[in-house]
Design a protein around this ligand. Structure first.
Ligand SMILES: *Cc1c(COP(=O)(O)O)cnc(C)c1O
Length: 379
């Protein structure tokens, strides 16, 4: 973990906010909360986030791929880790070696995986059976297949039947529809042997869809302080606080005469004499070309991105000075630079925006006790 970086842009992450979001959701659901840190903790940095949460007694994480789970293991994360995606049966021994729990989507997949167990580690692997719902993405909803899967797991000395789970398609947009999904899953749960963990809710489900038959929830976006949708925000009293700011500094300034242009393709033509400032981030950092027209905050003023966003730089209509701070994303739901507004400008959701903040943006983590800088490209 490099403690240094040499560029005028950074992502600031307040880890205590993530801890407080975890506590707020935990208090709401009163079930096991599995912290979802896939896709580099939604761009916040999975190593730092998982390490921090472990210090707050979080002991169960979920990721998307086996590589992500191994990454956490290689950086000292000892807690339980579930891979939510489907690993290749030929990689089953890696899951065993690293003591990672995995998702089983079908009987066929289980049979394949079992055939691939090499016995070289002589340890068992925890299996969570995925019950398909309205997503039609992973898993089966055939009750006899689920029963056969449980039997197969039971009869193998390498597999442990640890979980049964499903996933909502509709919890962030229509609670009634989600309750229907929940009822379909419950009907399957009712008919089979109960494992240690039964889970269906993501953040939206945890906030809006209560139940008595599950004992865990999988929370991603809520940890990072964002509501999955406006719909969710309007219907919950749980307070979530964003943890992330994207800030940089003006690196150059230009006085542009009426009729002159700014940026590639000369798409912006000054309609009067004006000042233009340049910031050192662009689409290579996750600020999209579609962000042209978005306003950033410089010294409390709303300043528009003009012309094309470049890979490494972006020009802004502003009379700020070299070195002035530019706030691109602000950790406040009500800011004009909220991640919600930043995302809306490019027709996407908060999830996608933070995932796109690229590896060359250094992450600066603060918490009550200390500050840590993580620059992935100089590590
Ligand atoms: C990503 C993911 C989650 C977390 O969803 P959020 O809406 O971010 O809380 C939960 N479960 C599964 C299966 C996922 O893929």
């Amino acid at each position: 973990m490099s403690e240094r970086f040499y560029r005028d842009a950074q992502v600031n992450i307040d880890l205590d906010k993530i801890g407080q979001n975890y506590d707020a959701i935990k208090a709401k659901v009163n079930k096991k909360v599995i912290a979802v840190v896939k896709s580099n903790a939604y761009g916040h940095g999975s190593r730092a986030v998982a390490r921090y949460l472990e210090t707050r007694d979080v002991d169960f994480f979920a990721v998307g791929t086996l590589d992500e789970a191994i990454e956490l293991r290689m950086h000292g994360i000892k807690s339980k880790i579930l891979v939510l995606g489907i690993i290749s049966p030929k990689d089953i021994n890696k899951a065993i070696q690293h003591r990672v729990a995995i998702t089983a989507p079908s009987k066929e997949w289980l049979v394949d995986s079992l055939q691939n167990v090499s016995n070289e580690y002589d340890k068992e692997v925890w299996i969570h059976i995925k019950v398909n719902g309205h997503m039609n993405r992973y898993g089966t909803k055939d009750i006899s297949e689920v029963k056969e899967m449980i039997e197969l797991i039971r009869s193998s000395k390498y597999f442990v039947y640890e979980g049964l789970f499903s996933h909502f398609a509709m919890a962030s947009v229509d609670v009634d529809r989600a309750r229907q999904e929940q009822a379909e899953f419950k009907e399957i749960v009712r008919q089979v042997e109960t494992p240690s963990y039964i889970h269906i809710s993501n953040t939206a489900g945890a906030l809006l869809v209560e139940d008595e038959f599950t004992n865990a929830v999988r929370v991603g976006i809520g940890l990072y302080g964002y509501y999955p949708s406006e719909y969710t925000k309007e219907r919950t009293d749980v307070v979530l606080q964003p943890a992330l700011d994207l800030v940089c500094h003006v690196v150059d300034t230009h006085e542009v005469k009426k009729g002159e242009t700014v940026g590639y393709d000369e798409t912006f033509i000054a309609d009067e004499d004006m000042s233009i400032v340049t910031i050192p981030i662009g689409y290579g950092d996750g600020l999209l070309r579609k962000h042209s027209g978005y306003h950033v905050d410089i010294n409390g003023e709303q300043c528009e991105i003009v012309g094309r966003v470049c890979m490494d730089a972006t020009m802004i209509h502003s009379n700020a000075k070299r070195g002035d701070e530019v706030r691109v994303i602000v950790s406040n739901h009500d800011s004009l630079q909220s991640l919600e507004n930043y995302s809306k400008h490019v027709d996407t959701i908060t999830y996608e925006s933070t995932c796109l903040l690229s590896r060359r943006l250094p992450r600066v983590y603060s918490s009550e006790s200390n500050e840590v800088i993580f620059n992935e490209i100089l590590k």
